[in-house]
Design a binder for this molecule. Structure first.
Ligand code: UGA
Length: 439
């Protein structure tokens, strides 16, 4: 089979590379010449564990190509994925201009039957717009070529994207013809060996599935953050409550970890977009509105604890921050709680020294030189009045607390991810604050 993937962002690059990995001929296309030049040199636009090696291996094998030439890339392709960005507009709705521009380009250049698949997260009804755009472009050039559209939402987690792609829990595909179903079945066959299903459905349902999945996951997190906050007030321990409820299979143990709010490019954007889509269609997503406002408030919880600890006066205090990215194993800073927390600390007159293993370059886009970036986690602690653990990178999990204590001016730790043991820290002489746990 031969496929084209348009858009070499996160989803497009992982998708294209993983299809090449199983032996399919893949061309990844992007309008950004610099991005394509870099990819030819093996320089990736994102950090994702294992991806760099996989890209170079498949390029060497001649199965993975990069190009700015859409016409060339989609020539003879059985399937073309649209994986370009859908940035949120001012009002929170997904902006489809890039998706539709690609659809137009495909219509202008396709030369045989193919399935055009939306892979980016797109609102219900987008595949129909893609179809109309392609039909228009074909009509303009008087070409009589049949094609199908399909919706194939992506469920990758940053930091675990390759594994998620190669061994998916499920593959969801929305189709409107048997022919498209056959093509998609053949394409995904190599990924179904672990027995997990490919679920075919109508196109609007597939489009909705993506939003419903992310919204449900975001709901779990906001719900647990609410419970954690109440646990603190009532003297309960959210770790115990989490275990207590998680053992009910209907609830499950995953995605019920409280913290400092969800971030990233997906949950915040998708929750907003679904609220907006519903509103546009005369329906109010009451639960999701609450999910969003709980999350906004949760991003401030750690700061509030710091402020309370210092009696309301943070002026001149030196704060060490461990972790900047919205979660470990990624350099993604989009909607990262660290940004909210650091802005609040700076506004109170603190100085901030942060350490993150990979996200510093990304963080500099928003924080610039308003904070100091340490070369490692220990350097960040020198003379600090408090340590805020913002991202649970594995290397922060078990530091030598004697060294930590020696470096800091005051022994206060604010753990936004509940990764430490309160008893151990008290014994080491620290004041310890975390989320929803008795300390
Ligand atoms: C999320 C979904 O998990 C993927 O299934 C989906 O494909 C992806 O969005 C997408 O739409 O592209 P991702 O944004 O990479 O993936 O990150 P997650 O690992 O899901 O974490 C999201 C946020 O939730 C992080 O800020 C994390 O710290 C937070 N979280 C997660 C919690 O606060 N508690 C938890 O128990 C789990």
């Amino acid at each position: 089979m031969k496929i084209a993937v348009v858009g070499t962002g996160y989803v497009g690059l992982v998708t294209g590379t993983c299809f090449a990995e199983v032996g399919i001929d893949v061309t990844c296309i992007d309008i950004d010449q610099k991005k394509i030049d870099n990819l030819h040199k093996g320089i990736l636009p994102i950090y994702e564990p294992g991806l760099e090696e996989m890209v170079s291996r498949n390029v060497e094998k001649g199965r993975l190509h990069f190009s700015t030439n859409l016409a060339e890339g989609i020539k003879d392709a059985d399937v073309a994925f649209i994986a370009v960005g859908t940035p949120p507009g001012e009002d929170g709705s997904a902006d489809l201009k890039y998706v539709l521009a690609v659809a137009r380009g495909i219509g202008e250049n396709m030369n045989n039957y193919g399935v055009i698949v939306t892979k980016s997260t797109v609102p219900v009804g987008t595949a129909a717009k893609v179809r109309a755009e392609i039909e228009q472009a074909l009509a303009k050039r008087g070409a009589d070529i049949t094609f199908d559209v399909a919706s194939n939402p992506e469920f990758l987690k940053e930091g675990a994207a390759i594994d998620d792609f190669l061994k998916p829990d499920r593959i969801v595909v929305g189709v409107a013809s048997e022919r498209a179903e056959e093509v998609m079945t053949k394409l995904y066959k190599p990924f179904l060996l672990n027995g997990h299903p490919i679920i075919f459905m109508d196109i609007p349902s597939a489009e909705m599935t993506k939003y419903a999945a992310n919204s449900m996951l975001a709901t779990k997190i906001s719900f647990m953050n609410d419970i954690a906050n109440l646990c603190e007030i009532m003297g309960a321990d959210v770790n115990m409550v989490r275990k207590g409820i998680g053992s009910d299979a209907r609830i499950g143990t995953k995605f019920i970890y409280p913290g400092i709010g969800y971030g990233g490019s997906c949950f915040p954007k998708d929750v907003k977009a679904l609220i907006k889509t519903a509103a546009e269609n005369g329906y109010e997503m009451q639960v999701l509105k609450a999910v969003e406002s709980v999350n906004d408030a949760q991003k401030e919880v750690l700061f509030d604890k710091v402020k309370k600890h210092f009696g309301g006066d943070l002026k001149g205090k030196k704060m060490a921050v461990w972790g900047l990215s919205f979660k470990p194993k990624t350099d993604d800073m989009r909607e990262a709680p660290s940004l909210v927390i650091i802005e609040k600390l700076l506004a109170e007159g603190c100085t901030v020294t942060a350490y993150d293993p990979v996200a510093v370059a990304e963080a500099k886009h928003s924080l610039g030189d308003r904070i100091t970036y340490a070369k490692d986690e220990f350097e960040a602690l020198i003379d600090a009045d408090a340590l805020l653990v913002v991202t649970e990178w594995p290397e922060f999990r078990s530091p030598n607390f004697e060294v930590v204590a020696r470096l800091m001016k005051q022994k206060a730790i604010f753990d936004g991810r509940n990764i430490y043991d309160a008893k151990e820290l008290h014994e080491a002489g620290f004041t310890y604050h975390c989320i929803g746990i008795r300390t």
